[in-house]
Design a protein around this ligand. Structure first.
Ligand SMILES: Cc1ncc(COP(=O)(O)O)c(C=O)c1O
Ligand SMILES: [Zn+2]
Length: 410
């Protein structure tokens, strides 16, 4: 296995693979680095293909010395060719939807939690915790239950009821904090100094974020060991977006795939747009905002990886889009109508952003575009309320004929 050390993203100082997340020299964030010298590409591909039907097939590229096991198999979500969506967007032939609803708790957060928890267990932690905008709460509670570990989940009190119910059901200690996500995160950062717990997205953050790389690996493997030309991904803290970039580039550098880094488009809600604003203003820092959007899973006003996300968008010739709540609702409906996939609000942000990019004429019809739909629509049902008609009729054929329109057939 190739994992080497933790390394400061700013000054380059190296640290051992422990529960560390900031550089003691310059306060920069730490990330996992690998030594891939001596990796045999064909052998690596064979190991992946004969590996488990989960993210652990990529464990050569994850921060472990042995392949971890977990009781809830995460990953290998479908990559769905979406010709009807592509047609609607002006004749794009190769739009693919990576549908993360198939994970154990129905979002991509199962990936980051699987990696962070496996590392926490390796380091001997007995309590798992997190600060969450909703999906992470579901995943931490479920994976801790499966592993038989205690867990504490901290959320803003005003989350969607579906996300609260789908967390509490696993028997976690669920703590609603009167404030927004940024308040919850600040509290948890303080608690992590007091309690010897593994906070998956605080002291385990360098490992947690590596889990998102598997969304790049999987897309390439499912495209037949090929790179997409362009990707669209939601941004909250910016971790997913920057680690997708790391994942694609690792395989390019190792010649596991051939070609150039895809164009990266980030997607935010206008009601929580710190990264998109910075992109538009041409600055390289993100001014914090107070979130107010139906896309609660993306409601991080002070994004830790915002500046790195800006670098990725600019460096690949991409953009960071922002879409209104109405556009998000329309994005959800558009995806459902054209692909049969029901996404939560985050996916609505992504699809509405793709629509904007396509309408500007930036996408060639033959390009391969991967759209990351990171969570499940049943968790944010309010966003679908009032977006369609429902007929109520007496149980008679006459009533049906009178009130319900019949489809037009050729
Ligand atoms: C469904 C969904 N998509 C995307 C994200 C973005 O995550 P990140 O903080 O890595 O930018 C989140 C974060 O909570 C999420 O819940
Ligand atoms: Zn440093």
């Amino acid at each position: 296995m190739a994992v080497d050390a933790l390394k400061c993203k700013e000054c380059g100082k190296k640290y051992p693979l422990e529960a560390l997340f900031v550089c003691s020299e310059c306060f920069g964030p730490l990330e996992v680095v690998y030594d891939y010298s001596g990796l045999d590409v064909e052998e690596a591909k064979r190991t992946i293909q004969s590996g488990p039907q989960s993210i652990w097939r990529y464990s050569e590229f994850l921060p472990f010395t042995e392949r971890p096991k977990s009781r809830l198999a995460t990953g290998l979500s479908p990559l769905i060719h979406a010709p009807r969506l592509g047609e609607y967007l002006g004749g794009l032939k190769n739009v693919y939807v990576k549908n993360e609803a198939s994970n154990p708790t129905h979002s991509f957060k199962d990936r980051v939690v699987s990696v962070a928890m496996a590392k926490a267990q390796e380091l001997g932690y007995e309590v798992i915790a997190c600060a969450s905008t909703g999906n992470l709460a579901n995943a931490v509670a479920a994976h801790a239950a499966a592993a038989g570990l205690d867990s504490y989940v901290f959320i803003p009190t005003d989350l969607e009821e579906q996300k609260i119910l789908a967390t509490g059901v696993y028997g976690t200690e669920l703590v609603g904090v009167k404030g927004n996500y940024d308040d919850v995160n600040r509290l948890c950062t303080e608690l992590s100094a007091e309690y010897d717990w593994a906070f998956v997205n605080i002291n385990m953050r360098p490992y947690y974020s590596e889990g998102s790389k598997t969304l790049a690996y999987e897309a390439m493997e499912q495209l037949g060991w090929k790179l997409p030309d362009r990707i669209v991904s939601p941004i909250a803290s910016g971790s997913l977006f920057t680690k997708l970039y790391k994942g694609f580039n690792e395989w390019i550098d190792l010649a596991i795939v051939e070609g150039k880094t895809p164009v990266f488009h980030g997607a935010q809600a206008t009601g929580c747009n710190p990264v998109a604003n910075a992109f538009d203003e041409g600055v390289d820092f993100c001014k914090p905002v107070k979130p107010d959007t139906i896309a609660k899973s993306l409601a991080i006003g002070n994004p830790a990886d915002g500046p790195y996300a800006l670098d990725v968008a600019r460096g690949t010739g991409g953009t960071i889009e922002q879409v209104t709540d109405d556009e998000i609702r329309y994005g959800i409906k558009l995806l459902a109508h054209t692909t049969g996939v029901f996404t939560e609000t985050a996916g609505g942000v992504t699809v509405a952003s793709l629509k904007k990019i396509a309408e500007r004429g930036e996408i060639d019809p033959d390009e391969t575009v991967v759209v990351y739909v990171t969570g499940e629509g049943l968790k944010t049902l309010d966003a679908a309320r009032g977006t369609f008609e429902k007929y109520e009729i007496e149980p008679t054929v006459d009533a049906f004929n009178e009130f319900v329109p019949t489809p037009v057939t050729a």
